[in-house]
Write a protein of this length. Structure first.
Length: 419
């Protein structure tokens, strides 16, 4: 009986050891393409600055949330982090080359790869955030080069020069457009006369459709996708128009004249329930449009000439828009339905803004990161800390992923625990 118990215990021990060895071996197995399921794009799932996170801190310590890690050496640039499948990707300018950096979520640098020449003329560095989609990276340079890479090997899958391939044109501060992918299409704005806006096959780079649109240059705008009307449409801004294109065919549905001092139009339009909010920048103010006839037509609802958001984006919370001005350097709360300014204050403006778990995260050009409670009656600054790492302008938009706030300041990327 004693020998039988010893035998059974020994057998169980051997089985346990074997199972542990198998588990360990599986954990070491290289990641395969079948695990590549998560995607990442500019300003959250719907390009509206909203990150679907919960359980985040409602107030930060006096010195700010815990800094988990930082990486110095990205080079110049203004792009945000793109995160999916346990990896973080971001770009910077090293020796005049657009350089890709890949990290794990502990801040360990996994890969560094030169891609192509990029902007080195004024406010140098990459300005278009990477799109991650179905195991591929889509990277766009300020000189019109669109590159698709495998997320695991970082090998090039395909590339296009939107200037030479689609009669695209450069613009004053370098083309700026974070790629939009819907199903098999990647939407880009070369800004050419005949190829004003194009849809390419995301897997091959082949042209699916092209439209002359308004035959004018692009305007630093990353497009928005709208799919709750009769026709699925893509809305973006070109030099002096807001324009809508049929997503399936490339047909121009409508264009709405919109000008400002320099016709920058650098903000992705916000969309909600048939209404399109577009801040113009540079004394152009903001406009609200209403879709009509299933999306085939549009009409102006209101205009607010003071809210001239330059490139910090905007966030809609309930019936209110929160954003900052550029020439009118104030933080605004504006009624979504009427355009009425509820209040404006100078405290944190101008800044880039995103939202998560019912709070606003405002990264000020003054070099502070601010936690703000949205309130249409008054400005409520809850917590703030100074961003002391990095150099240059504070322009990159923050990103939140799994309870961590990722902040880029020039050549430095920082990760803060906010959960």
């Amino acid at each position: 009986m004693i020998y039988q118990k010893i035998y059974m215990l020994g057998s169980r021990l051997i089985i346990t050891v074997l199972l542990l060895l198998m588990f360990y071996a599986c954990s070491l197995r290289p990641q395969t393409h079948t695990s590549e399921s998560a995607n990442s794009q500019w300003r959250g799932e719907k390009r509206d600055g909203i990150y679907n996170e919960t359980g985040l801190l409602k107030e930060w310590p006096v010195d700010g949330p815990q800094l988990l890690w930082k990486y110095e050496g990205l080079g110049e640039g203004h792009t945000s982090a793109a995160i999916a499948n346990g990896r973080l990707f971001i770009t910077g300018l090293i020796n005049d080359m657009l350089t890709l950096f890949a990290f794990d979520l502990n801040g360990q640098l996994l890969h560094k790869k030169e891609i192509c020449p990029d902007w080195n003329e004024n406010n140098s560095g990459p300005r278009s955030t990477i799109c991650i989609n179905d195991g591929k990276l889509y990277i766009y340079s300020a000189y019109g080069k669109l590159v698709c890479l495998d997320t695991i090997t970082l090998d090039e899958v395909w590339s296009k020069d939107l200037f030479s391939d689609f009669d695209g044109q450069g613009i004053t501060w370098g083309v700026t457009e974070s790629p939009l992918i819907v199903d098999e299409k990647i939407i880009m704005t070369p800004g050419g006369v005949s190829h004003n806006i194009v849809a390419l096959n995301k897997n091959t780079g082949d042209l699916i459709w092209t439209t002359p649109g308004e035959s004018t240059v692009s305007a630093y705008c990353s497009p928005q996708y709208i799919d709750d009307r009769e026709i699925a449409i893509v809305v973006t801004s070109v030099f002096d128009y807001i324009i809508a294109i049929n997503m399936d065919t490339g047909e121009k549905l409508w264009s709405f004249p919109r000008t400002s001092e320099f016709n920058n139009h650098p903000n992705t339009p916000l969309y909600h329930n048939g209404m399109i909010f577009s801040p113009t920048g540079d004394r152009g103010g903001s406009v609200m449009l209403r879709l009509k006839n299933g999306g085939k037509e549009v009409e102006q609802v209101w205009e607010n000439l003071n809210l001239d958001t330059q490139m910090g984006g905007a966030v809609r919370i309930g019936d209110y828009v929160y954003a900052s001005g550029h020439r009118d350097r104030n933080w605004f709360c504006v009624d979504w339905n009427t355009g009425e300014t509820k209040y404006k204050v100078r405290d944190i403006a101008p800044c880039s803004v995103i939202s998560a778990d019912g709070m606003l995260y405002c990264y000020s050009e003054k070099g502070t990161m601010n936690l703000v409670r949205p309130n249409p009656e008054k400005f409520e600054l809850i917590s703030s800390f100074s961003v002391t790492f990095g150099s240059g302008t504070h322009w990159a938009h923050p990103v939140i992923h799994k309870g961590v706030l990722y902040l880029r300041h020039g050549d430095t990327l920082m990760a803060y625990q906010i959960k």
